[in-house]
Design a protein around this ligand. Structure first.
Ligand code: 6LW
Length: 516
């Protein structure tokens, strides 16, 4: 028996998709503009999840330059079939649909390497794969309804997938437009075979307060699909804004070796009002079957705080070590791999300053970690020399339009580091604090963020002076309910020359992420 605490993957881990091979489970989530993309987590008890790699982890696999925040990698599906792992996903460019699209990759080891993307001839998002027991495979996904009866109505399409040619074949079938008349955003579809019939699980209502899990079933994979009279089979939409978990939906099912069924899905935990700085997280819900229909969270109909899984060991999810060395798989950058913007040297990163910065929809000098805990301390040390007009420091990032910078400024008197705090909110910049430290950047500046609920205290110090508070930010302005994005927050280190040519390099060391 294992007691599993929800969420099973805290921090920005939306659109989870899961598959099982023997006694091991593998889970993938969306990563938008962050790289490496599509983290693969492994577990043997559905409780403790280990990050084993990323499906998009080599330079040139995808081109994300110029893609606005909340573009990028959306809603992957992970399956295992014929001795291989299959991953289907969409690269979304919100400003140029022709640059993205749906692609498939495969791997024999889910930790990688994954194959180069093969692009499919279909538009829309949230693709999925279903391998039938008759040897045929089917791809399905979501796109705007062709003849919309109402705004934001979408439809689920299906085509046969040839796993050898890695291509869609045969005619297209329209399966589903949602369970509710007037409902919006039928998406995240996944098909399964249950007792000889085909079950379609799809999200509906949009990935916010009205999010829901809907199901339908058919005698043939191509339909017609009839909705479960119990729809929505899971939602927290009726609980209102004060619920502990909101925006519940986008489920994927998995059967354990013992025959029990489970769903992973996304939800948000608001705190300090309707603000969810950790973004959309992955939760686990038990599923039982009644009259051939899945019942999610039987008895309560709500995502439980803890779930008892009748196998595995009792344990606490491993949050990883406090010191985050360069080899740690948690490191990400924006629109580029960490190794493309920085060099790992021993326990430190060398971060060359770039002309681009946090305000640009481009790769920039950034190395970051998801905020996975509401109360957390993140600290780091930067060392180097910056020219006038350059800056580097700690970044709390939602997007290029919404973030906070605790920056050491270049130039000025070299033995007194100047530090500023800047808030960018919906693209508008506000200066929030200034400090001058005894000691120089050349000797090292310690920067820290102490998040306690929605208060993000920002501190700066030198070897001589212990870090002291420069400003406290209200985190409510940064979450996706405020900013409109799809993401949770990231904390990390950045540097920019604000457009100038530069040869400056920062050394980044002693990075610590400590849950409180
Ligand atoms: C995802 C879709 C969604 O592709 O949000 O509104 C998208 N719902 O299912 C990004 O996570």
């Amino acid at each position: 028996m294992t007691l599993v605490g929800n969420p099973i993957l805290p921090g920005c881990h939306p659109d989870p998709s899961i598959c099982r091979v023997g006694g091991e489970y593998f889970l993938v989530t969306s990563t938008f503009e962050y790289l490496p993309g599509l983290p693969i987590h492994r577990s043997s008890d559905l409780s403790r999840w280990e990050l084993i790699g990323h499906a998009i982890d080599r330079p040139g696999m995808l081109d994300m330059s110029g893609m606005a925040s909340s573009s990028g990698l959306y809603a992957p599906t992970l399956r295992h079939h014929g001795g291989r792992f299959w991953l289907i996903c969409t690269l979304v460019d919100q400003h140029d649909a022709a640059r993205g699209g749906n692609f498939v990759i495969t791997a024999t080891d889910p930790a990688g390497p994954w194959s180069e993307p093969v692009w499919l001839d279909v538009d829309g998002i949230d693709p999925s794969l279903f391998f039938d027991d008759d040897g045929r495979a089917w791809a399905h996904g979501t796109r705007p309804a062709r003849a919309p009866q109402w705004h934001d109505q979408t439809e689920v399409w299906l085509r046969e997938f040839d796993p050898v040619a890695m291509a869609l074949i045969g005619p297209e079938h329209l399966l589903w437009r949602g369970a509710v008349i007037g409902g919006v955003w039928a998406e995240g579809p996944h098909i399964y075979k249950v007792d000889g019939r085909y079950l379609l699980v799809a999200a509906e209502g949009g990935t916010e307060m009205n999010h829901a899990v809907m199901v339908a079933r058919a005698d043939a994979v191509t339909g017609p699909y009839l909705g479960d009279p119990a729809n929505p089979v899971l939602s927290h939409r009726q609980l209102g804004r004060t619920a502990d978990v909101v925006a519940v939906g986008h489920a994927d099912l998995v059967e354990a070796e013992d025959g029990t069924s489970w769903a992973v899905l996304l939800g948000m935990r608001p705190y300090g009002g309707l603000h969810a700085n950790l973004g959309r997280e992955t939760f686990l819900v038990p599923v039982v079957w009644e009259d051939g229909w899945p019942v999610f969270a039987p008895g309560s109909g709500r995502v439980p705080e803890t779930v008892e899984v009748p196998f595995g060991r009792t344990g606490v999810a491993d949050d990883g070590s406090v010191v985050v060395a360069p080899g740690d798989l948690r490191w990400t950058s924006v629109r580029a791999l960490p190794g493309e913007v920085a060099d790992a040297v021993g326990e430190e990163w060398l971060l060359p300053v770039r002309a681009e910065g946090p305000l640009d929809a481009q790769p920039f000098a950034f190395l970051g970690l998801r905020q996975q805990h509401i109360d957390v301390d993140v600290s780091l040390r930067i060392t180097g020399r910056l020219a006038e007009g350059e800056e580097g420091g700690l970044l709390i990032r939602q997007s290029e339009r919404d973030h906070v910078r605790l920056a050491v400024l270049g130039g000025g008197e070299s033995d007194a580091a100047r530090v500023t705090v800047t808030l960018v909110r919906r693209g508008e910049t506000v200066e929030l604090g200034v400090a001058t430290l005894e000691g120089s950047l050349a000797d090292g500046v310690e920067l820290a963020c102490r998040a306690r609920g929605q208060d993000y205290e920002l501190l700066a110090g030198t070897r001589a002076n212990p870090p002291r508070r420069v400003a406290t930010i209200d985190g409510r302005s940064l979450d996706s309910f405020s900013s409109g994005g799809f993401l949770g927050l990231w904390l990390g280190v950045y540097a920019t020359s604000s457009g100038q040519e530069t040869e400056s390099v920062l050394r980044v060391g002693n990075v610590q992420y400590r849950a409180r």
